[in-house]
Write a protein that binds this ligand. Structure first.
Ligand SMILES: [Ca+2]
Ligand SMILES: [Ca+2]
Ligand SMILES: [Ca+2]
Ligand SMILES: [Ca+2]
Length: 344
């Protein structure tokens, strides 16, 4: 099958090396020295685009205890000053694009990250009139390039659920997992694709993955739980932190106000293997722990929140999509956990 419907996992691999020590007065990494950092990027999927060409200018990182200090900025532009451009869709299913390697950064625990993208339009209207080639843009399957708009309110970066440490005189490799299913959408009535900063940053050596197959009868419409009878569309695996969670959609409603439904921490597109014909998924770069994993063949009906929406419904994007066969999964560092659908 086409490889466009697969999960777009954009891993931004970041390798950090800490070095030196300027004060030596504390064993707290935040108080001196640097380390080496390397970062790669990977992603998860949407069905209607054939390329998501991000132009990245910089990565900003903030340590846990830095308070109001300026973020540490790593310039990612090419030597000629142009943005670093790559197609996120080329880095999926555990593949990563190296953003940089062995960059010297202050040692410490990093808890906040922001990717600075080239996306010049300040409003959706300006974006609609912009030449797509002037910044980050998508290429539609149906043909044509469309600019990417980054709403100002969603340009503040993300607080990391799994802060990572760059040891003094040591090194760290992290991956930025950009979940496009949760990040990229085109609100109704809009020309541009909107990009929310929905990504995770994980220390590569401390992560594991979940893989599995999905039986054809769960996704071809025969069980009447799918959005259509096309086995190529709308199929995704949603992953939730902690076991025994009630699977929920991608929305801006907290669990407690959402009938106890959890919000996914990661998603992966189910795709057909060209050789075996099996429908498969891979969720990479998960920190160790307990998870709930569920399948849906209605992912195409799952809207994502639009903070600039005109109605509460658009802002929250709370959708009642059907999940099949939620199962618990344990992830261990360096290991692969196999979760087939249906459960054995
Ligand atoms: Ca379908
Ligand atoms: Ca929710
Ligand atoms: Ca939704
Ligand atoms: Ca919900």
């Amino acid at each position: 099958m086409n490889n466009i419907t697969r999960s777009m996992l954009v891993a931004l691999a970041l390798l950090l090396n800490a070095c030196g020590s300027d004060s030596g007065s504390s064993d707290n990494d935040s108080n001196g020295g640097t380390g080496s950092l390397s970062v790669g990027i990977t992603d998860a999927a949407i069905d209607e685009v054939s390329a998501v060409n991000l132009r990245v200018l910089a990565l900003q990182l903030r340590r846990q205890n830095d308070g109001a200090k300026d973020a540490i900025e790593i310039d990612l532009r090419n030597p000629d000053g142009t943005a670093l451009e790559f197609n996120l869709l080329n880095y999926q299913q555990g593949e990563t694009f190296p953003l940089f390697n062995d960059e010297r950064v202050p040692a410490g625990v990093y808890a906040h990250a922001r990717l600075v993208l080239e996306a010049p339009a300040k409003t959706p209207v300006v974006c609609a009139g912009q030449d797509p080639m002037d910044g980050s843009h998508v290429v539609k399957k149906a043909g044509g390039e469309v600019p990417i708009f980054v709403p100002s309110g969603s340009n503040n970066g993300v607080k990391l659920a799994s802060p990572f440490r760059v040891p003094r005189d040591g090194e760290a490799a992290v991956v930025i997992d950009f979940d496009l299913r949760q990040a990229l959408h085109r609100p109704s009535g809009q020309t541009c694709y909107f990009l929310r900063p929905v990504f995770r940053v994980e220390a590569v050596k401390d992560t594991g993955r979940i893989v599995g197959t999905v039986l054809l009868s769960m996704l071809d419409g025969t069980n009447e739980l799918c959005s259509d009878n096309d086995p190529e569309t709308g199929n995704a695996i949603y992953v939730y932190r902690e076991e025994n969670q009630t699977p929920g959609d991608i929305d801006a409603v907290d669990d407690a106000d959402d009938n106890g439904q959890a919000d996914p921490v990661a998603t992966a597109t189910v795709r057909q293997d060209d050789v075996t014909g099996d429908y498969e998924y891979v969720v990479s770069f998960l920190s160790p722990g307990n998870y709930t994993v569920a399948f849906t063949c209605q992912a195409d009906l799952d809207r994502i929140p639009n903070p600039d929406g005109l109605t509460d419904d658009e802002i929250q994007a709370n959708d009642d999509i059907v999940f099949q066969d939620p199962q618990n999964a344990v992830v261990e560092a360096g290991k692969t956990t196999v979760i087939p659908f249906p459960s054995p």
